[in-house]
Design a protein around this ligand. Structure first.
Ligand SMILES: Cc1cc2nc3c(=O)[nH]c(=O)nc-3n(C[C@H](O)[C@H](O)[C@H](O)COP(=O)(O)O)c2cc1C
Length: 202
């Protein structure tokens, strides 16, 4: 007998499943939904990169990740805040194509809260001397030796806060694709204005 999947054809269950996947991804390092591809740019130049999901809030329809304020994607997001975030879970057989309006938070209540939760070792990413993408005449991590060797105190890690930012992605639409042997299912959830759910041919 085939397994009963609550979210196979039930819009409410699909939405519930989506937010369950996103909130589990924030807590569970092994979740396939933890590292989506974040795509931003404009009509002449688009680029994607892997990021780590750090917060998901169904009630307010947003999720967020952390970055270095000096990354070139920050300017791109400011120029065009409409971005795409792509998730795929091989085990779950679910693809999520999210469109979101993104906001860059820097040195505010949101960044303070996230920075406090960022462990002293994870803060290493924000301690690179020059920003991500800066050219170098030799192969390098961009870190001073003491940071490379994890030889720094929590107090010293505070220096990374000046480079730390939070990208909050306010979800505008989600396209759901569930791969099933008995028939794939695809749907579009439009969150612009009043919520609208539409089935699509996969
Ligand atoms: C597993 C993994 C997780 C990553 N997480 C982040 C992240 O949360 N935030 C981020 O800005 N970059 C993250 N990166 C690095 C980006 O993919 C990218 O290389 C970096 O942000 C520089 O490119 P950009 O400035 O064009 O975004 C991650 C990369 C990998 C492979």
């Amino acid at each position: 007998m085939s397994e009963i999947i609550s979210y196979y054809e039930d819009p409410k269950e699909i939405e519930k499943k989506i937010w369950e996947l996103l909130s589990t991804a924030v807590k569970d390092r092994s979740s396939e939904f933890r590292t989506p591809v974040f795509i931003c740019g404009d009509d002449k130049d688009l680029d994607g990169r892997v990021v780590v999901l750090r917060k998901a809030d169904q009630q307010n329809n947003f999720f967020q990740y952390h970055s270095d304020i000096r990354s070139s994607k920050i300017e791109k997001i400011k120029q065009n805040p409409i971005c795409a975030i792509l998730f795929y879970g091989k085990e779950e057989k679910i693809q999520l194509r999210v469109k979101a309006e993104c906001n860059v938070h820097f040195d505010d209540e949101i960044t303070k809260e996230s920075w406090e939760k960022t462990g002293h070792i994870s803060r290493k990413c924000y301690l690179v001397t020059n920003g991500p993408g800066t050219e170098s005449d030799k192969p390098t991590s961009g870190l001073d030796n003491k940071f490379d060797n994890f030889d720094f105190t929590k107090e010293e890690s505070e220096a990374g806060y000046k480079n730390f930012c939070v990208i909050r992605c306010k979800v505008k639409s989600i396209e759901w694709l569930y791969l099933a042997a008995k028939g794939h299912r695809r749907a579009f959830i439009d969150l612009n204005g009043s919520k609208k759910f539409t089935w699509l041919i996969p």
